[in-house]
Ligand binder design. Structure first.
Ligand SMILES: Cc1cc2nc3c(=O)[nH]c(=O)nc-3n(C[C@H](O)[C@H](O)[C@H](O)COP(=O)(O)O)c2cc1C
Length: 387
């Protein structure tokens, strides 16, 4: 993919007064537009976090502890944002994070980010709780890179079925999310009495699964609420332990990543249990209130992993500077979450593409202005801790 950061930038400048009518540029504007466009409950579902919201805020604030320290007089005419993970070259150092139940944000649901990702060459991680089935998403994405995120079900047969379906549909890695065996205490959703799954949204993979459907007393068409409750019960997998991770490891030939790690001891355990990649994440502050920020967790996890497997991170990434800071602290790549969710709510596929393009342009400009020409040149020497 050819990157044209200056072109994107100049196009915006040359729009003149028209620019005001265009789509937003900054994260805050996207969030604001989404707030105005969506009903309170779906907006709150994306915006909301666990408890006091401290973890969510802490994720964002953590980036302020670090400053970029640029070098000058470096030739940065040619720039390279590409990275390699599991032997695959990706054009930029970010992926789209798994975000479930997208039909609450846009009628196209997960097809909107899937198409935007495919057109930009950015890998897309499809959520287990997508409203659109993984097969439909795969069909829309053609040969483009996609990973499948799994909330490990209690039922091993269902686990095998999801893994098998993802492999058959051309997903090239499995991301097991381990920080959400229970739903966090989300006060916005409680206040709005809003759990979209209960109306069948976010059930695209469950309601099309032969193993899942074979265990229902009544079909989802007949009794959507009971079917949804059964799916949620599968996901409330509080007996999930490292042994269960071994089961998943044994039943997929795909690279396996574990998402939701913030403690270096867990990173070591995950490595010992055969994962191929770690995603440092606290679910965007939606699970454990008062938890450590992911940027603060990243250095010790990278230290304990010693480059044996890739360490990715998410939670709080809003702009190019954040991406560079995370990479400087040892991340191989980052995941973009809420920024694309808001953009999808505002303008569907076009909105997500806009966010992706702006992030690419901004990251590339940031890289060059900080005196580096390649993501490979980004290391600890680029940042300084100020707080
Ligand atoms: C509305 C919403 C839905 C999400 N759904 C999932 C999901 O289905 N699976 C998952 O592993 N993470 C899910 N996440 C967490 C994201 O993958 C990611 O970790 C988080 O958005 C990062 O935080 P940030 O968006 O504040 O940067 C969701 C996050 C949001 C905001």
């Amino acid at each position: 993919m050819t990157l044209h950061s200056e072109d994107i930038q100049m196009n915006i400048y040359q729009c003149g007064d028209e620019a005001a009518k265009l789509l937003p540029v900054s994260f805050d504007e996207w969030e604001d537009r989404a707030r105005k466009q969506l009903a309170a409950a779906p907006f709150g579902y994306v915006y909301g976090a666990a408890g006091s919201g401290d973890t969510h805020q802490g994720n964002v604030d953590a980036f302020q502890k670090y400053r970029l320290r640029p070098r000058v007089c470096c030739d940065t005419t040619k720039r390279d944002l590409s990275i390699s993970i599991f032997g695959c070259k990706f054009p930029v150092p970010f992926l789209l994070a798994p975000i479930g139940v997208n039909t609450i944000l846009h009628p196209e649901g997960e097809l909107a980010p899937a198409k935007a990702a495919a057109k930009s060459g950015v890998p897309y991680i499809l959520s287990n709780v997508s409203s659109i089935s993984l097969e439909e998403v795969a069909k829309e994405m053609g040969e483009s890179v996609r990973w499948f995120q799994l909330y490990p079900p209690k039922d091993h047969e269902l686990t095998k079925s999801f893994l098998h379906r993802a492999e058959a549909a051309g997903f090239s890695a499995i991301v097991v999310t381990v920080d959400s065996t229970l739903l966090g205490w989300r006060e916005t959703d409680l206040r709005n009495a809003y759990l979209p799954f209960l109306t069948g949204q976010g059930m695209g993979n469950y309601f099309t699964d032969p193993v899942f459907c074979s265990k229902l007393k009544e079909s989802p068409e007949k009794n959507v609420k009971d079917a949804a409750l059964k799916a949620l019960e599968e996901g409330n997998n509080t007996c999930f332990t490292w042994k269960e991770l071994d089961f998943i490891r044994e039943h997929t030939r795909l690279p396996l990543l574990i998402k939701g790690i913030t403690h270096s001891d867990d990173a070591i355990m995950a490595l010992e249990h055969g994962v191929d990649g770690i995603i440092v994440s606290n679910h965007g502050g939606r699970q454990l209130d008062g938890a450590v920020s992911t940027l603060d967790s990243l250095p010790s996890i990278c230290e304990s992993i010693q480059n044996k497997i890739p360490v990715l991170m998410d939670s709080g990434i809003r702009r190019g500077a954040d991406i560079l800071k995370a990479i400087a602290l040892g991340a191989s790549a980052v995941l973009i979450g809420r920024p694309y969710a808001y953009a999808m709510a505002v303008a569907g596929e076009i909105g997500v593409r806009e966010v992706i393009n702006h992030l690419i342009a901004e990251t590339e400009l940031q890289l060059a202005i900080s005196g580096r020409s390649s993501i490979q040149d980004v290391d600890k020497t680029l940042i300084i801790k100020v707080k």
